[in-house]
Design a protein. Structure first.
Length: 740
DNA sequence: TTTGCCGTCCTTTTT
DNA sequence: GGACGGCAAA
């Protein structure tokens, strides 16, 4: 056995981390310091030391990272001993938890065929719960309630402890607690788990005597990447898993913590040494990714964070070119600028796959997308409405979910009349009542349709549907995955129904629903050919489908430009990076402020450090959002970057004599409940060109006014005022101006 | 039962 | 400016 291959090309600190075998270790790895390399090498190293691959668990942040790591470890091991070895477990927290629950869940009362309920399913269930407990807290939508429940679960708050949940108004707590309770019941009845349940139940499992111990006996070496983005439950999960062995290796970078809103707790990484007192700590500070200027820019930016452990980025590459900032009039010009920049690099021979465009928000990427389409530049976008969110795919998956988990009533309700087969709302209500009364599942009620005379005209349809499901269940028992999927598409009539719809609209492009269904078949095929026989069950496949994210589908093709949100860009690198919309209210985002300033800064830091050689940042002076234009100001972060490493930023960018202020006039449209007058906006008491006086900012000129929803917005130009503020103009008394 | 139209609401980031 | 829910008509 020759360990040289595994340690080849590593620096001193990296080698130290890779060679560490037993006991806790924390690797604090700056951006671009070869962290992934260290983890993969360490896995290979452990195996080379005779440790059983199956006893190693490596937790990654995305499925994509997991796949890549597995591929890299395999390559290393092939080079190392030339033969196939059994694989370590490399997965996300969610996927790993899902697998544990499938293997051991029975011991805590979880049926291994459970469905995983995603955000959309969850909302539907919340709505049902609201109806069931007869509560709809004022001003809260199902989505908001779902968010509160999600947060409660992440903090391990049960319904009767709801008072511990902050952010929820006192008077709404009882109602939310009741909805929460009912929601959990509904999940149980559906034999379903939501994303947070996967983690929570896995923790419960690990804390149960019998299963917990056998899991700990099975996994001896735990590696966790992106440790700075773990939440409380994940942290407890890690601690519990490593309880006996203490073989936990956490890697991460506090400066790249960008998931606070999802419950990530920076303390987990900052207090690692207190949790594991004898932990070895390794710092990786040499940056192998970016040029000096890019690092200088990123470093000077992140130094503005107060809550931070001081750390440096030491460049090994040359200075390179300064980063470039581009001022644009509006988003159209910004898009043109992107095309110009991309065109230049292409002429230099840089492949499109080495170039990426980042945005703080998804919506702005769609504007860029339009420009790329018209310029005929191939691109890849982690889209908001991903493949698995498409209607036809969700329909198909719902069928499969019912097959795998007959208790999944939610999915059954989705497809009972899709394609339309004459089982309307009335028939469905009858069936549900029948099921309730007989204490059976909805699917069982369907199979007994011949005994429900009240169904009347629909009875025959329901009977036919019942035999269809029985037929599919039989196929499910005796066929391979791909066959099941294919047969489901054909026998249920999904194919023909979408085919007809397509013919009607006369659109047979590659994005057609039918093509998507076929695409799903090949997904199943790929899955089947890559996965070990014992994992080829339908539930297993479906949980994988539920846990994939948009970023997982980004393939990084050599001939395509990549469009990403900054969050999705984490962990990736590109030769050329173009960051768009570096503007106040977008980056930092208005909704994250003011408490989220440091996380927003870290986000911008992550964006900058993805670039290897060239970095471009664009901002626009005005930008159209939901139909109308709004003034925008360059991001404060641009000011924080060391000017020596920037080109295109002039002093005047931030010190213009006149400032534009956005304003809002509170002018509520009367609600229908009010007797008078008709639904009409009051006339705006201000007009463009009007001069107004503000106590603090002096005289200003109204430049634009437009109606937006229930109020008027626009911008005012004040002379000599500093910084961007939003102010509120009260409609009455006329001309009274208040600061917001 | 299905379809289409209209009003409302929201607009961050994702496993 | 877009998605979704409710409601009315076919």
């Amino acid at each position: 056995m020759n360990a040289e291959v595994i340690l080849e090309g590593l620096n001193e600190q990296q080698t130290e981390a890779v060679r560490h075998v037993d006991g806790p270790m924390l690797v604090v790895a700056g951006a671009g310091s070869g962290k992934t390399r260290v983890i993969t090498r360490r896995v290979a190293h452990l195996i080379s030391q005779g440790i059983e691959p199956q006893s190693i668990v490596a937790i990654t942040f995305t499925n994509k990272a997991a796949d890549e790591m597995l591929a890299r470890v395999n390559t290393l091991l092939e080079r190392y001993n030339g033969q196939d070895v059994r694989r370590p477990v490399i997965a996300t927290f969610h996927a790993f938890s899902a697998q544990l629950l499938r293997m051991y869940g029975r011991s805590i009362g979880i049926d291994p065929n459970y469905s995983i309920f995603d955000t959309v399913d969850r909302q539907k269930l919340i709505k049902m719960a609201c109806g069931d407990v007869n509560a709809l807290p004022f001003g809260l939508t199902a989505a908001k309630i779902a968010e509160f429940i999600e947060r409660a679960k992440r903090q391990q708050i049960l319904p009767d402890q709801i008072e511990q949940l902050d952010g929820l108004p006192q008077y709404q707590r009882p109602a939310v607690a009741r909805i929460y309770t009912r929601y959990q019941q509904l999940l149980l009845e559906n034999n379903g788990l939501d994303f947070d349940d996967l983690l929570g139940k896995a923790l419960e499992l690990l804390e149960s005597d019998e299963a917990g111990e056998s899991i700990r006996r099975r996994y001896h070496y735990l590696l966790i990447d992106e440790y700075q983005d773990t939440n409380r439950v994940q942290y407890l999960l890690a601690k519990s898993l490593a309880r006996n062995s203490s073989n936990i290796c956490a890697t991460g970078d506090p400066d790249q913590s960008i998931y606070g809103w999802r419950g990530a707790d920076l303390r987990n990484i900052l207090e690692f040494q207190e949790d594991f007192p004898n932990a070895k700590v390794v710092f990786l500070e040499k940056n192998y990714r970016s040029t000096g200027h890019i690092l200088q820019a990123a470093d000077s930016l992140i130094r503005h964070n107060v809550e931070r452990k001081e750390k440096s980025l030491v460049p090994v590459h040359e200075q390179g070119e300064p980063i470039e900032v581009h001022e644009c009039d509006d988003e159209v010009q910004e898009a043109a600028k992107i095309l110009e920049i991309v065109g230049e690099y292409r002429r230099e021979g840089i492949p499109l796959g080495e170039i990426a465009v980042f945005s703080r928000v998804n919506s702005l990427l769609r504007t860029v997308e339009q420009a790329l389409i018209s310029a005929d530049i191939p691109y890849e976008l982690a889209r908001g409405v991903g493949f698995f969110q498409r209607k036809e795919i969700k329909d198909l998956v719902a069928y499969l979910r019912v097959l795998a988990n007959p208790d999944d009533q939610l999915s059954l309700e989705r497809i009972i009349n899709v394609p339309a087969r004459g089982i309307g709302l009335q028939a469905q209500t009858l069936l549900k009542a029948y099921a309730d009364q007989k204490q059976i599942s909805l699917l069982q009620a369907v199979s007994q349709a011949d005994q429900i005379a009240e169904l009347g005209k629909s009875q025959n349809s329901v009977i036919q549907f019942g035999s269809l499901m029985a037929q599919l269940a039989a196929i499910n028992n005796e066929s391979t995955l791909t066959t099941i999927v294919r047969q489901t598409i054909d026998l249920t009539g999904l194919r023909s129904c979408y085919q007809k719809a397509a013919e009607k609209q006369n659109r047979a492009d590659e994005l057609s629903p039918v093509a998507n269904l076929d695409e799903f078949v090949s997904t199943a095929q790929v899955y089947e050919s890559h996965i070990s026989p014992e994992e080829q069950s339908l539930p297993h496949f479906l949980s994988q489908v539920s846990l994939v994210s948009e970023i997982d589908s980004v393939k990084g093709q050599a001939d395509r430009l990549t469009l990403l949100t900054i969050h999705a860009a984490k962990g990736l690198e590109f030769s050329v990076v173009i960051v768009i919309a570096a503007e106040e209210d977008i980056m930092p985002h208005a909704l994250a402020m003011p408490s989220g300033l440091e996380e927003e800064r870290r986000l911008f830091f992550v964006a900058l450090t993805r670039a290897k050689r060239r970095l471009h940042i664009c901002y626009a002076n005005r930008r159209s959002t939901r139909g109308s234009y709004r003034r925008s100001m360059p991001s404060r972060f641009l000011k924080e970057i060391d000017p020596k490493s920037v080109r295109g930023l002039t002093l005047s960018t931030f010190t213009r004599p006149a400032r534009n202020f956005q304003f809002v006039i509170n002018a509520r449209r009367p609600t229908p409940a009010e007797p008078q007058p008709a639904l009409q906006m009051p006339r705006c008491p201000y007009r463009t060109g009007q001069r107004i006086y503000h106590e603090k900012f002096g005289y200003g000129l109204i430049e634009e006014i437009h109606l937006s929803g229930n109020h008027y917005t626009g911008s005012i130009r004040f002379h000599g005022a500093a910084g961007l503020k939003k102010i509120v103009l009260d409609i009455a008394p006329l001309h009274a101006v208040k600061e917001d």
